[in-house]
Ligand binder design. Structure first.
Ligand code: ADP
Ligand code: NI
Length: 213
């Protein structure tokens, strides 16, 4: 893997994310990149494709860049600047287009590289950091932390998930975070996800205990 290329890609993405604080920041990208690379090594996947897809996976996120999210212009431009050939660009952009959780019918990537990037992104939504991100995100959208009168929408497919409104950050655990463990692609990610889910369950137990005095 060409380290200089990776450093350049990281620097380009860092610029895009400057000032974002809802948990969708450069540090999220950096963690996803590192985790994806570790998974890629255990899966014998192409390290450079995995690394570039991980680094660019949120460069055209709908919330960050609504005007480029359809055509992935930020990612495409950076890949062109880095001199990545069109065949590899196509592979990387496909991974990015399939990475997100959109509901129970979320796409399962065909390639090893795509599986690693998707697992890494989902692992970052779990555990201590996942909890922090959920509350940071909820807060940034004016969502309540918790409200026992608002029930979660369980096992939503993409059509239903996209329409969830007026939910809470605690509900997000049931609407997405607790579904992730069984959606992991790689064996290594399944093991990590199990531990992180356990931690999220303990967190919620304590949360309800304190809530109920
Ligand atoms: P990514 O694909 O990078 O995991 P998303 O764009 O789906 O991320 O969400 C960014 C972060 O915010 C994730 O940690 C996610 O779990 C969290 N999040 C997304 N939607 C909600 C929500 N409705 N309430 C609370 N947290 C959310
Ligand atoms: Ni992400």
């Amino acid at each position: 893997m060409n380290e200089i290329l990776i450093e350049k890609a990281l620097a380009s993405v860092k610029k895009l994310f400057e000032g974002n604080s809802d948990g969708h920041d450069f540090f999220h990208t950096e963690r996803v990149y590192k985790t994806a690379l570790k998974l890629a090594k255990t899966e014998n996947a192409d390290l450079e494709i995995t690394a570039l897809a991980a680094i660019l996976h949120d460069a055209d996120d709908r919330k960050l860049s609504p005007e480029t999210c359809e055509n992935k212009l930020n990612a495409g431009n950076i890949l062109t600047e880095l001199g990545i050939d069109s065949e590899r660009q196509t592979a990387i952009l496909k991974i990015i287009s399939e990475v997100s959780f959109v509901g129970t019918d979320s796409p399962v990537p065909e390639t090893k590289e795509g599986k690693c990037v998707q697992d890494a992104d989902r692992l970052d939504a779990m555990g201590a950091i996942g909890i922090a991100r959920a509350f940071a995100f909820g807060g940034s959208r004016g969502r309540q932390m918790y409200n026992p009168d608002i029930k979660p929408t369980l096992n939503a497919d993409s059509r239903t998930y996209a329409k969830i409104e007026n939910s809470t950050s605690v509900n997000h655990f049931y609407e997405k975070l607790f579904l992730l463990k069984d959606m992991m692609n790689t064996e290594a990610a399944k093991r990590i996800a199990k531990e992180r889910e356990q931690f999220m369950k303990e967190f919620l137990e304590e949360f309800y205990k304190e809530w109920n005095g």
